[in-house]
Design a protein around this ligand. Structure first.
Ligand code: NDP
Length: 294
């Protein structure tokens, strides 16, 4: 567990787990389960990431705005894992949107992570007030076409913003990373993204912990011998979502990747699909954008 210095003990059960992959529209494969590090303090992120890598995670999702890329980079180097076995995502912060700023921001993220190249770089938010996401995308395309990044994608894009982007784009985003969990299923954006060949990456996949208490989740957990988190994450995998659950706790980090075998039944999937729509737990992409200024 985390102490005042950010120390995190390894989980009790440290068996390495298999991790399914998804093939993106450019042929690159991404581990379907990754560790999200939003709200993991900089002082703690190295230990948390090291724990995750030790139990089989090979995909880490960070962002310039999380102010913890450096610690993720330290953990990657400390792990000694070959670079080609890891999948590292970071994101362009709102204050860096625009063509030149985005090119510079990508280099700065690589420097903080101490990596020559990221596996995935995303536009973090639409930031519709600034309306710079098309120029930002063109910068990401340039970086991609120069082979400086393996894949590029977007986050928090609605169907109409995706279509507007594609009218101007040469490269189709490989993913749309959106808030997605049983009580906030965003079916229209999911189907638009998938219809355009864009994989759906679920952020806040546990509803920041709130969905763990949903009635069908706790019922299925009891009857199937899983934890509530494993029920929700398994539901995501069976829908083909890429998931990036966040935890600072070693046992939960291990728990969240121990779910690849033994699918949920069709009845259980139907019950989870039928969860009453709730509220988003994060920011609304239609209005969010003023924070994350450098
Ligand atoms: P999650 O849905 O992953 O939930 C995290 C919360 O659930 C934490 O409070 C954590 O607590 C708790 N938790 C995790 N695992 C378990 C478990 N097995 N049992 C009980 N509780 C558990 O929310 P996040 O918002 O953190 O989303 C995950 C990732 O998605 C982020 O880290 C980030 O990488 C990405 N993201 C992207 C956004 C974007 O705009 N693109 C926006 C928001 C998130 P504890 O840590 O104490 O275990």
């Amino acid at each position: 567990m985390a102490g005042p210095s950010g120390h995190v003990d390894p989980p009790r059960d440290s068996a390495v787990r298999p991790n399914p992959t998804v093939r993106l529209n450019n042929g690159v494969t991404i581990p379907q389960i990754g560790l999200g590090v939003f709200q993991v303090p900089a002082a703690e992120v190295q230990r948390v990431t090291e724990v995750a890598l030790s139990v089989g995670y090979r995909h880490i999702d960070t962002a310039a705005a999380y102010n913890n890329e450096q610690g993720v980079g330290h953990a990657i180097r400390a792990s000694g894992l070959p670079r080609d076995q890891l999948f590292v995502t970071s994101k362009l912060r709102n204050g860096d949107q625009g063509h030149q700023a985005a090119c510079r921001a990508y280099t700065e993220s690589c420097d903080r992570l101490r990596l020559d190249q990221l596996d995935l770089y995303l536009i973090h938010w639409l930031n519709p007030v600034a309306d710079l996401y098309i120029q930002s995308w063109q910068a990401l395309e340039r970086i991609y076409l120069q082979n400086e990044v393996r894949s590029i994608g977007v986050s928090n894009f609605t169907g109409s913003h995706l279509r507007r982007l594609l009218e101007r784009a040469d490269v189709v985003p490989v993913v749309n990373q959106i808030e997605l969990h049983p009580s906030f299923q965003q079916r229209s954006i999911v189907s638009t993204s998938q219809g355009l060949g864009i994989a759906v990456e679920a952020y806040s996949p546990l509803g920041q912990g709130q969905d763990l208490r949903l009635q069908p989740v706790t019922r299925i957990a009891r009857s199937s011998g899983r934890t509530p988190a494993q029920v929700i994450l398994r539901w995501h995998l069976q829908h083909g979502h890429i998931v990036i659950p966040k935890s600072r706790k070693p046992d939960r980090i291990a728990e969240n990747i121990s779910l690849v075998n033994d699918p949920l039944s069709e009845d259980d999937m139907r019950d989870l699909d039928g969860v009453q729509a709730g509220m988003r737990v994060g920011n609304d992409p239609a209005t969010f954008g003023l924070s994350q200024i450098r």
